[in-house]
Design a protein around this ligand. Structure first.
Ligand SMILES: Nc1nc2c(ncn2[C@@H]2O[C@H](COP(=O)(O)OP(=O)(O)OP(=O)(O)O)[C@@H](O)[C@H]2O)c(=O)[nH]1
Ligand SMILES: [Mg+2]
Length: 247
């Protein structure tokens, strides 16, 4: 069994090396191999060089296989899509290059798939927090409130249209068998890809199993890339469009 971790990176020099080290050393179910696919699209803060030096180091140490890709088209969705076309593992996991989530949750996320209970797992930030208030930006309670309220709206709309009852459809931790992607085509380029990937997997018949994960949100001062006024419209469009467009 091999796990492919796909990591989109855009200007994450502050956290990238730590995350790369954490993923390389992440606890995995016994016998599981690891492949890391890092996708940068035009970072200007030295992230590409950090990723390059990590790749070189991993080759000399014989650590997990690390591949560095660059993607000409901007956006997290474009980067993840590029990464997905290169995965060779049996199971795929999407991992951001910030420190909001905890790689120690990998075994929890992988076990239901390895045990054959499901082909698709989501790491829910709500199940473990026991509350819907998942984002707490210390210096900006108004932003936290807007994000959390918006989250309720988008999650509700998604659940209603796709006939599911997910607590956290937009979690970063989407983990699935590579074979689930067969026959699917993707179009979204930014954060709307979250909805496209999830929606299409559900429409293809894969019902996600949610497991609770750790989460500690970062704010805009710490490098969050979502654009508060520009991105939400793309999410509404994506939720509706990918519900009815061909798979
Ligand atoms: N390659 C690439 N990666 C990106 C781009 N925009 C964001 N990312 C990466 O996508 C990941 C998530 O970005 P964040 O800004 O933390 O957004 P988020 O965590 O999904 O936002 P929340 O769901 O609100 O927590 C990070 O690893 C970013 O570096 C981009 O244009 N290109
Ligand atoms: Mg993040």
């Amino acid at each position: 069994m091999k796990l492919s971790v796909v990591m989109p990176v855009y200007n994450e020099a502050a956290t990238l090396r730590t995350v790369l080290d954490q993923v390389a050393l992440a606890p995995l179910p016994s016998g599981m191999e690891l492949e890391m696919i890092v996708v940068d699209n035009g970072s200007t803060d030295g992230s590409l060089e950090i990723a390059r030096s990590f790749c070189r180091m991993s080759q000399t140490r014989g650590a997990p296989e690390v591949r560095l890709l660059t993607c000409a088209i901007r956006g997290k969705g474009s980067a993840v899509r590029e990464g997905l076309t290169h995965v060779t593992g049996d199971v795929v996991l999407i991992q951001d290059a910030d420190l909001e989530y905890d790689v120690n949750d990998y075994p929890l996320l992988l076990e239901p798939i390895l045990a054959g209970h499901t082909d698709f797992v989501l790491g829910s930030r709500h199940l473990s927090a026991g509350t819907w208030k998942i984002r707490e930006f210390a210096k900006s309670p108004i932003n936290s409130f807007v994000f959390n309220l918006g989250g309720l709206f988008f999650h509700g709309l998604f659940n209603a249209l796709y006939g599911v009852r997910l607590t956290d459809p937009t979690t970063m931790y989407k983990v699935f068998r590579r074979s689930c992607l067969e026959g699917l085509t993707f179009h979204a380029r930014r954060f709307d890809f979250d909805y496209e990937l999830l929606g299409k997997l559900i429409r293809k018949g894969y019902k996600p199993l949610e497991v609770g994960v750790n989460y500690c949100s970062r704010g805009f001062a710490e490098g969050k890339k979502i654009r508060i006024w520009a991105d939400p419209w793309t999410w509404v469009l994506a939720i509706v469009r990918f519900r009815y467009s061909p798979l």
